[in-house]
Design a protein around this ligand. Structure first.
Ligand code: ME8
Length: 510
């Protein structure tokens, strides 16, 4: 069976879950659900990143031990995801024993390959970003005068300490070769170019241990040093796959991340894997950044949207839909309640909801809810069937490129087609004129279109689609067990099948 291994980043426990975390996780969930429906053996991983100076400091500020802080925040993530129908197969914590073993083994392999040496580290460090900057980089960014972080603008501090280094520079050419030979390795295209330019500019060896704090995994044989949090964190993708044991799921098919952590995933991570003699992930895709009502989300502004609070006002599926529909995946976007309501009312209430409601209402009004076999197909019927079949191919292709917005737009096009088809065929006139065969054909085409639309929407809105399918199939439908191969063919609804009475699935938002 074909495998599909997809990951989200593991989220820092010094922060509470917010809209950005939800975004990546929902996107990965849609791909995981779609891959399962396509018959693949899916491994979908998410989790939390618990080590590092930031966490140590956040815990100290609250007067608790780092692990206490981590335990509390982990629960926030763990309890949140099921409320958004997130179907992850594993949830990793970097404080788990399996992860410590994997990171320790990773270090040993890098060391055995001659990729690690001890030296002195003299640089500028941004604690909140956990990023090191050279003096040159600060000058280039115009941040030298104020000694501020080019990314976040906060103060950087100078450090000189003994440190282990990873020979990143040794892998520059191999990495360039790999990126050039595998155009699909980094997406979207603009990010790929960004990484190419960065690597072509020259890679500097990377400091990969710290002695100034202790909340981390110790360097094997030198416990004064803890392993740099990014070496620790990136290795999670291997840990969950079984490293250093058998890894049936590795290499991952897709690391889904935000653009903020692209360099770690598309430069450091592949070089580490090359050094350790392990295969590289197939693809890293970096999506864009959400602002909220035009403003950057931040702790200091206190405007970070909390997913659990959003649930007090909106259904999870509606949020899932909006996040993936509103912004072309890969670009930045703005979250606003006005935009959410507009999208919902236009595309879900007016288009999908209306098509479902009017189709099932007419079926009940004219045929007591029972479908008859379609008779003489006309040009317009065939066009609708062709559009539905085209949708199935196009959605598949769009999701293979992580183009969620295109997939949803394609599904919506079929829904609009369905609503046009109702107007063009005017079933009320067919009923009045007693054109029974024609009426049966039109009603059949409508319900079958709706069934296949619901099937395509199921990875995006599992709960809403279960409600749609419950009415269409007149039975409870387990969306997790849907199969595109088994249920995706046109014409599977049998003559004589009775649909349930319609009940609004997408009532208008006022
Ligand atoms: O970076 N818009 O964890 P993190 C969109 N622990 N996505 C956003 C976002 C926004 N405004 N803000 C955050 C870390 N994200 C590391 C990862 S992986 C080996 C280690 C999302 O908690 C986006 O996916 O800071 C981003 O990459 C991630 O949250 C960063 O989460």
């Amino acid at each position: 069976m074909e495998r599909y291994y997809v990951t989200t980043p593991i989220y820092y426990v010094n922060d509470e879950p917010h809209l950005g975390h939800l975004y990546t996780t929902v996107a990965a969930d849609v791909l995981a659900r779609h891959a399962r429906m396509s018959g693949k053996e899916v491994f979908f991983l998410t989790g939390v990143d618990e080590h590092g100076q930031k966490v140590e400091q956040a815990a100290a500020a609250r007067g608790i031990a780092p692990i206490e802080l981590a335990d509390a925040v982990v629960e926030r993530y763990r309890s949140l995801w099921p409320r958004f129908s997130i179907s992850n197969d594993d949830f990793i914590r970097t404080t788990e024993g399996r992860h410590k073993r994997a990171v320790t083994e990773m270090w040993k392999r890098l060391d055995a390959a001659g990729a690690i040496y001890k030296g002195f580290y003299e640089d500028w460090y941004c604690v909140p970003c956990e990023t090191y900057w050279t003096g040159t980089q600060l000058k280039e960014a115009g941040a030298w005068e104020g000694k501020t972080c080019p990314d976040c603008g906060r103060a950087v501090e100078q450090v000189r300490e003994e440190s282990y280094f990873f020979r990143l520079s040794d892998y520059q050419d191999r990495l360039l070769d790999h990126i050039r030979a595998h155009p699909e390795f980094i997406g979207p295209e603009s990010r790929r170019n960004e990484v190419l330019r960065f690597v072509e500019g020259g890679l500097r060896d990377l400091s990969i241990s710290r002695t100034t704090f202790s909340w981390g995994i110790p360097v094997p044989g030198d416990p004064e040093h803890v392993i740099y949090v990014w070496i620790d964190a990136l290795t999670n993708y291997l840990t969950a796959a079984g490293f250093p044991g058998e890894m049936p799921h590795w290499p991952a098919n897709l690391h889904l991340i935000g653009k903020d952590i692209l360099r770690f995933h598309a430069v450091y991570w592949p070089c580490m894997l090359m050094a350790a003699g392990l295969p590289l992930p197939e693809r890293v895709f970096a999506h864009g950044w959400w602002t909220v009502e035009g403003e950057k989300m931040s702790k200091s502004r206190g405007n970070a949207l909390k997913p659990d609070e959003l649930l007090e006002q909106y259904e999870a599926d509606v949020l899932r839909y909006f996040l993936l529909r509103e912004v072309p995946f890969g670009q930045d976007g703005d979250f606003s309640f006005a935009a959410l309501k507009a999208r919902y009312n236009t595309e879900l209430a007016n288009d999908v909801g209306n098509l479902l409601n009017r189709s099932l209402s007419m079926l009940h009004k004219y045929r007591d809810g029972v479908l008859a076999a379609p008779a003489d197909e006309e040009e317009g019927d065939r066009a609708l069937v062709a559009d539905v079949e085209g949708m199935q191919r196009d959605v598949e292709a769009a999701l293979a490129r992580q183009a969620f917005h295109e997939a949803l737009e394609r599904i919506n096009a079929v829904v609009r087609h369905g609503n046009r088809y109702v107007e063009e065929n005017a079933p009320w006139t067919l009923a009045r004129e007693g054109r029974d065969a024609r009426l049966d054909t039109v009603l059949y085409h409508l319900v079958e279109t709706l069934r296949l639309v619901a099937l395509q929407l199921a990875p995006f809105m599992p709960v809403k689609c279960a409600a749609m399918l419950a009415q269409i199939m007149n039975a409870e439908v387990d969306v997790a067990a849907l199969s595109l191969r088994e249920h995706g063919g046109w014409g599977l609804l049998a003559a004589g099948h009775a649909c349930a009475r319609p009940a609004p699935v997408f009532p208008r938002m006022e």
